[in-house]
Design a protein around this ligand. Structure first.
Ligand SMILES: Nc1ncnc2c1ncn2[C@@H]1O[C@H](COP(=O)(O)OP(=O)(O)OP(=O)(O)O)[C@@H](O)[C@H]1O
Ligand SMILES: [Mg+2]
Length: 243
């Protein structure tokens, strides 16, 4: 039986009395790549930030490996890492210092760290930036670092909000291959993205969110059929235009 890594149950979040997400439920299994798609303002970032315990839900709950993210935060967080849509890291620290700081916060063994770090730095072409301060690196390089940090502890679940944003074409491909490889080895992913061809390439299942609610969920062929379209892009356009 597939192992449930993430459970999102009847999740709602209101801001100033208005629902940003409403009654959202889904589950993500071990080794599954689950993608959230939907128009601007649909509620994707709100969902991901609530999964990470950065926002408290108005109703419902989130469990990671059976632990409630908001009630047993420390236990739940040991299984997950997050790539936010706008990564913020200590501006005065160097890339290497940030990596060591993150590793110590996640209790990664020093020997394991060195091997993983150099492998990831090479894979994402970050080696030359290792001694540069965060404030001096480019937006795309910062994005690559946030991605490397998410892989470093080898967590059960990786949550990524628009991870392909700002990445050059080579790194986009590296990231897609890395996500697929890690999923084959059992890592689960929840990823929001507007880049639908990549979603079609990597997602095992997608969740279409519109105005805070789940309007379709399933494999790519299932969602296309549900929304009466031959491409994911047309499926989303059908949702937007009410077709
Ligand atoms: N801190 C906040 N205070 C008030 N409203 C918020 C807050 N954060 C999000 N919202 C609102 O919640 C809704 C969902 O926003 P969210 O950022 O989750 O959308 P999204 O699907 O990630 O959009 P995008 O594709 O543009 O990233 C929007 O109407 C937004 O204005
Ligand atoms: Mg967003």
């Amino acid at each position: 039986m597939a192992c449930k890594v993430l459970e999102v149950k009847s999740l709602s979040k209101k801001f100033s009395g208005k629902y940003a997400i409403r009654n959202l439920s889904f589950e993500v299994n071990e080794g599954e790549i689950y993608c959230l798609v939907g128009p601007n303002g649909a509620g994707k970032t709100t969902t991901l930030r609530t999964i990470m315990g950065l926002l408290s839900p108005t109703t419902g709950y989130v469990k990671i490996m059976g632990h409630d993210v908001h009630k047993e935060r420390e236990k739940a967080m040991q299984y997950v890492t997050f790539v936010p849509d706008n990564p913020v890291l200590y501006s005065e620290l160097t890339v290497k210092e940030v990596i060591y700081l993150f590793a110590s916060l996640r209790n990664i063994d020093r020997n394991v760290l060195e091997d993983r770090m150099y492998e990831l730095l090479e894979k994402f072409d970050l080696g030359e930036y290792i001694n540069m301060r965060i404030k001096d690196i480019s937006r795309g390089t910062l994005q690559k670092l946030a991605i490397v940090l998410s892989f470093l502890p080898d967590p059960k679940l990786i949550v990524m909000d628009e991870p392909f944003m700002a990445l050059d074409v080579k790194t986009q491909r590296t990231l897609r291959e890395e996500i697929k490889k890690r999923a084959r080895m059992g890592t689960s992913f929840v990823i929001s993205s507007h880049v639908l061809p990549w979603v079609e390439e990597i997602a095992h299942r997608v969740c279409v969110i519109y105005k805070g609610e789940k309007v379709a969920e399933g494999t790519i062929p299932e969602v296309k059929k549900m929304l009466g379209a031959s491409t994911l892009e047309d499926a989303l356009l059908n949702v937007l235009t009410g077709a």
